[in-house]
Design a protein around this ligand. Structure first.
Ligand code: 13P
Length: 234
């Protein structure tokens, strides 16, 4: 069985280089735990060198400055995160970035997710359209899809996803991937979840659904919480 995938998305934190290094030191003390994962950290660019020195794999928060990312050995790149979509990143730009990443040999972590909580299933069509547009002209299995419902993202998110809801959505995503890319390629694509993954919900979301791992935002800035999340995924 492949190792679970775990991405620490630091967004624009920690607030200082000192704090970033201290967090990295705390993570390094648990390096045996993180070796059990396909683990990477997506720091702000200013902390790239510190993360690279720590020995942990790097993920970029955006597909930019391809040569620089490659020179750091960047393994993954987050594409289409809701923070960037909110700033005007279009599906066309996302599609282009997916292709640039693939050409550069960096694995795109394609984020999709509906804006509002919806229990009538209307978000399915929205997700289908996001996938279709982002993957137009792409026939490649070296992609990871991260389902991040926007309403569930952030410390002050109003709702949390249930394992049942997540399972249904992941089945749907896999079906759409199969329609777009063909079953053989789609079967090789992992689907991750992101959106208020916390010590309290990580175990159930991992155990009771068909996801392959997490993209963790705010809880990844707290080494203790992050360790609990990681442990509950194994
Ligand atoms: P939170 O874990 O803070 O909700 O962030 C999720 C996310 O956006 C990861 O990319």
């Amino acid at each position: 069985m492949a190792r679970p995938i775990l991405v620490a998305n630091w967004k624009s934190y920690p607030n200082s280089l000192f704090e970033a290094k201290s967090l990295l030191n705390q993570l390094a003390r648990q390096s045996r735990l993180y070796k059990k994962f396909n683990f990477s950290i997506a720091p702000p660019l200013v902390y790239f060198e510190s993360v690279a020195r720590s020995g942990f794999a790097l993920a970029s928060q955006d597909m930019e400055m391809t040569d620089i990312l490659k020179s750091f050995g960047t393994k993954f790149v987050i594409v289409g995160h809701s923070d960037r979509r909110a700033k005007g990143e279009t599906e066309e730009i996302i599609n282009r970035k997916v292709k640039i990443a693939l050409r550069a040999g960096i694995i795109p972590l394609l984020c999709i997710g509906e804006l509002f909580s919806d229990r009538d299933g209307e978000h399915f069509e929205f997700l289908r359209s996001q996938l279709r547009l982002a993957l137009a002209g792409v026939k490649n299995s070296k992609i990871i899809v991260a389902y991040e419902p926007v309403w569930a993202i952030g410390k002050s998110a109003k709702g949390a996803i249930s394992p049942d809801e997540l399972s249904q959505t992941v089945i749907f995503i896999k079906k759409v991937l199969s329609d777009i890319l063909g079953r053989k390629i789609a079967n090789q694509i992992s689907v991750l979840y992101g959106g208020s993954v916390e010590p309290a919900n990580a175990e159930a979301l991992m155990r009771d659904t068909n996801i392959r791992g997490f993209l963790v935002g705010h809880a990844s800035l707290d080494a203790k919480k992050f360790k609990t999340i990681a442990e509950s995924m194994l």
